[in-house]
Design a protein around this ligand. Structure first.
Ligand code: GLU
Length: 330
């Protein structure tokens, strides 16, 4: 503030006439610098390092284990509605609101509507359905924005009751947290500039490909046989900015997330086939088994109507029509 005020005082003291004289003198100097048709390079821009989103950089990814495991990951605990006293749901009800870890940077799934400032999207609708089942009011919810990498720590630390954030169910994650039944099945693909010839990850050998830290997507990029250079960021929107600035060649993650980016930036396109399967589940702390059953009962209900309503609102346009995936239980 004080800086702005100081400089405006200085401008005023220079005097309007003198300012005009200085500006026209500069114009004359500039005009004399180059002949028409020979543009002047005003600064050696190539030597300046481009600004990057916070924490963006080459990824060190542990690609061992996980993928080879088979733990029947998508079979969850059978549903059980109702809120017995002393249960996890009862404690949440006592508190007065559900705490849900969500994304605020993924268009269509969890994003901040710039005109209203509220969080919206398919995942936000799923989270609200859980609040509605506990309180009879979907508004009794507090959202915590978490990055891909913060999802599991937020659950294990007890900072959130649930995580609804494009989260793939897998054996590795099941060692630390629980998952609901599957509420959507996505698959990894690639987003590139509309003029790019890239079709597969193999076409990106030796080139920079962006994904968020802590995502399955980043591991899949790092595991590719003809190695791209995995670049990690905190938020998916950072990947889009980096691609727009030419700092990465491509983004590779779930087709759902890419569909949102392709809508945000129509000069991009999604290419190639799905090369993974990413079943989404609601993340729940390991010890809250009653909550897993309760959420599964909510999802049973949601599959009967709300799911379609939300899907058609957010996803049917970019992803085509779909029906809720059938639940599997242990
Ligand atoms: N579904 C993937 C995952 O859970 C990528 C999406 C994300 O990180 O937001 O890791």
């Amino acid at each position: 503030m004080s800086r702005g005020r100081a400089s405006s005082v200085r401008v005023r003291s220079v005097g309007v006439k003198r300012l005009v004289a200085v500006v026209s003198a500069l114009a004359v100097v500039a005009a004399g610098c180059g002949s028409p048709g020979a543009p002047v390079d005003p600064a050696p821009v190539g030597s300046v390092e481009q600004p990057k989103p916070a924490n963006a950089g080459p990824a060190q990814v542990d690609v061992e284990g996980a993928a080879a495991e088979d733990c029947n990951a998508t079979a969850s605990l059978p549903p059980q509605g109702g809120i017995p006293s002393g249960s996890t749901m009862d404690e949440i009800r006592e508190r007065g609101y559900l705490v849900a870890g969500v994304d605020q940077n993924t268009f269509l799934f969890g994003f901040r509507n710039p005109t209203t400032g509220t969080l919206e999207g398919f995942d936000i609708d799923m989270a609200k359905a859980v609040a509605k089942a506990i309180f009879g009011d979907p508004g009794k919810i507090r959202f915590r924005a978490v990055t891909s990498a913060q999802r599991i720590p937020a659950l294990t630390a007890g900072d959130v009751d649930i995580v609804v954030r494009t989260m793939t169910i897998n054996c590795e994650r099941l060692k630390e947290i629980n998952f609901s039944s599957v509420y959507y099945v996505a698959g990894q693909r690639i987003l590139v500039d509309e003029n790019s010839d890239v079709r597969t990850l193999a076409d990106l050998e030796g080139q920079k490909v962006c994904a968020s830290k802590g995502s399955t997507s980043l591991k899949n990029i790092a595991k590719a046989e003809r190695k791209p250079i995995p670049i990690q960021v905190d938020d998916w929107s950072d990947c889009l900015v980096m691609m727009q600035q030419g700092q990465v060649e491509a983004i590779s993650t779930d087709d759902t997330i890419l569909a949102g980016m392709a809508q945000q930036d129509p000069t991009t396109k999604i290419v190639g086939e799905r090369f993974t399967e990413e079943p989404y589940g609601i993340g729940i702390p390991k010890e809250d088994k009653d909550m897993v059953r309760f959420v599964n009962a909510v999802l049973e209900d949601v599959r009967g109507g709300e799911w379609q309503k939300s899907y058609d609102r957010w996803l049917a346009g970019p992803l085509g029509s779909a029906q809720p995936p059938a639940a599997k239980y242990k």
